[in-house]
Design a protein around this ligand. Structure first.
Ligand code: CO8
Length: 261
């Protein structure tokens, strides 16, 4: 496939796309060129019908140590506002309809923590260090941290992290439900994420897409509207071939062969 300056992109298992942030000299600081490459790699996997789920990870030392401070330090209000600085980050979550698993080892600070939280499923290892240290730089989180961290761990804990800049350990992230699972080592974390992605990729891509969509709706809708939305989508799946294939295979005691239709 395509080669990148700041990323390693591969498919370690059938159906699984893997993106590793690879800017080791800056602890994977998220410069504009890196974010543009990340957008491009994820769009590539989104468009590739052989890929069913995606894993995003960094190195053992750092998932990402934040936005690139050296790139940002001389930015002015008018340049930031005028160019919609950071807006391209959130495109990543809107165009990506396939599940994204973020596997965090080492530092996930500032924009790195925010990027990790854009994952549909987050895993980490005990080496992970989460934090929103922007307050120490005279600013605040700018890529969704104040919203996603608060939804994930509750207001008081998020407020404490964002106002003090104190880090959150991987173990604590597991106890607070920021991540779905904490692995002992970085290798187990990445392997575990790839294994779960392979499992997801083995199901009907139509059902997987619908499942991600309905869960994400719960973040925006109230419970009554959310349940109604889910039921509409559920009813809609009876128009898919894969519903007939899946339920037919169960009744016939066979393994389903998904059509992705
Ligand atoms: N930006 C640019 N360079 C960085 C960054 C960063 N965020 N983090 C580390 N680096 C560079 C260091 O400058 C250093 O470079 P050099 O060798 O040229 O001096 C290299 O990476 C290695 O780093 P350290 O020597 O500092 O490594 P340590 O192991 O001593 O420390 C730390 C690791 C604790 C992670 C430390 O590097 C650190 O505190 N980094 C900054 C963390 C931080 O403040 N992150 C938040 C950034 S602000 C932000 O993300 C705002 C998000 C808003 C939305 C997104 C906007 C685009």
């Amino acid at each position: 496939g395509k080669s990148y300056e700041h990323l390693l992109v591969s498919s370690p298992k059938p159906g699984v796309g893997l993106v590793q942030l690879n800017r080791p000299k800056a602890l994977n600081a998220l410069s504009t060129p890196l974010i543009l490459e990340l957008n491009s790699a994820l769009r590539g996997f989104q468009a590739d019908s052989s890929i069913g789920a995606i894993v995003l990870t960094g190195s053992n030392k750092a998932f990402a140590a934040g936005a690139d401070i050296k790139e940002m330090k001389d930015l002015t209000f008018s340049a930031a506002y005028g160019s919609d600085f950071i807006e391209s980050w959130s495109h990543l979550v809107t165009f990506l309809k396939k599940p994204l698993i973020t596997a965090v080892n080492g530092y996930a600070l500032g924009g790195g923590c925010e990027l990790a939280m854009m994952g549909d499923i987050m895993y980490c290892s005990t080496s992970a260090v989460f934090g929103q240290p922007e307050i120490k730089l005279g600013v605040i989180p700018g890529a969704g941290g104040s919203q996603r961290l608060t939804k994930a761990i509750g207001k008081s804990r998020a407020m404490e992290a964002i106002l003090t800049g104190d880090n959150i350990s991987g173990k604590q992230a597991g106890e607070w439900g920021l991540v779905a699972k904490v692995f002992e080592t970085p290798e187990e974390c990445t392997e575990g994420a790839i294994a779960q992605a392979a499992k997801i990729a083995s199901f009907s891509q139509i059902a997987v897409k619908a499942a991600k969509e309905v869960v994400n709706k719960s973040q925006d809708l109230g419970i009554r509207e959310g349940v109604e939305f889910e039921r509409r989508v559920f009813h809609g799946l009876f128009g898919s071939k894969d519903q007939k294939i899946g339920m037919g295979a169960f009744a016939a005691k066979q393994k389903p062969e998904w059509s992705n239709e």
